[in-house]
Design a protein around this ligand. Structure first.
Ligand code: GLU
Ligand code: ZN
Length: 295
């Protein structure tokens, strides 16, 4: 296969262990890259040390290895990228595209998470303040490969958003956009919990002159009881010795045909078979899994 310009990535946050929902996202991202001979990068999104779980980073790497989800090159750590983030915050601030916000949580609690712009023209100094980027009164839209067209009005639905927190930590929105740009990521495959973060990221890409990747948001897995399977809900960490059955379940969740002979196969064999038959168009926009498939 000729080398492909496709560059995909998996970008876990080490605040917990991988669970079935993260496996489905990682698997889809891996298959989408490998099916076209693309690269697949791994980035630890360790920008929030207080929220890190001890041992999570190593456990995530080990699980990916056990599940044969091999990555290319060195693992990038966002904790090593602070200088790049600081440069951009500084530049946006100097250009007046971002400003310091001293609002307390309490002052903002009645606004449904939409920043009302109190500090927009206050000219606060940066010391001890959060930094927010000014958003335009515009809708940002994109065509998701599974979810279809998605659009959000940044002014009305989001408001000026934080790129550096008051405690100095950098925001996910900023770090993810800078790193995807820096690593040359062409295709983002991730969970639909991030769908409504994407317009903010499109805006930052535009502001920073970065090209816009393609997006594929995997539907959230809804449990039969209506709970979302994810970080907020207690879903069990992935068992290392269950790699083959869990990979087969994840493939079924993604609407992929699964040959029964794969039950006795190694994880690497399962992935190779799935890679050859990868059909992203078979992914449903929503998925509800039978109870048995969640164990
Ligand atoms: N680090 C984010 C998370 O684990 C994912 C970032 C992304 O894929 O854009 O939720
Ligand atoms: Zn403010």
């Amino acid at each position: 296969m000729p080398p492909s310009p496709y560059i995909g990535r998996f970008a876990p946050t080490p605040s917990g262990f991988l669970h079935f929902g993260s496996l489905v996202a990682a698997l889809a991202s891996w298959l989408d890259a490998r099916a076209v001979g693309g690269r697949w990068l791994l980035r630890m999104e360790d920008i929030d040390p207080p929220r890190e779980a001890p041992g999570a980073r190593d456990a995530i790497l080990q699980t990916l290895e056990r599940y044969a989800l091999t990555w290319d090159g060195e693992v990038v750590h966002q904790s090593q990228r602070h200088e790049a983030y600081a440069d951009v915050v500084e530049r946006l601030f100097r250009q007046g595209l971002a400003y310091a916000c001293t609002c307390s949580r309490k002052q903002l609690e009645d606004y449904n998470g939409i920043y009302p712009g109190f500090c927009r023209d206050a000219g606060h100094s940066r010391d001890g303040a959060a930094i927010r980027v000014r958003v335009p009164e515009l809708s940002y839209r994109f065509d998701d490969r599974v979810q279809g067209p998605f659009e959000q009005h940044l002014g009305r639905e989001v408001g000026d958003f934080v790129i550096q927190r008051r405690d100095g930590l950098y925001a996910y929105q900023l770090a993810v956009v800078l790193d995807d740009g820096w690593q040359g990521v062409t295709d983002i495959v991730r969970g639909a919990d991030l769908l409504d973060n994407t317009p903010r990221q499109l805006y930052l890409q535009e502001l920073l002159g970065l090209s816009q990747p393609r997006y594929l948001h995997i539907p959230l897995i809804i449990q039969p009881d209506g709970h979302k399977l994810g970080k907020s809900y207690r879903s069990p960490p992935l068992e290392p010795d269950q790699a083959t059955p869990l990979l087969l379940r994840a493939l079924r969740a993604l609407g992929q045909a699964v040959d029964p002979s794969l039950i006795g196969a190694t994880p690497a064999e399962v992935l190779e078979a799935a890679r050859q038959q990868w059909r992203p168009e078979a992914i449903a926009r929503q998925m509800t899994l039978p109870e048995a498939d969640l164990r």
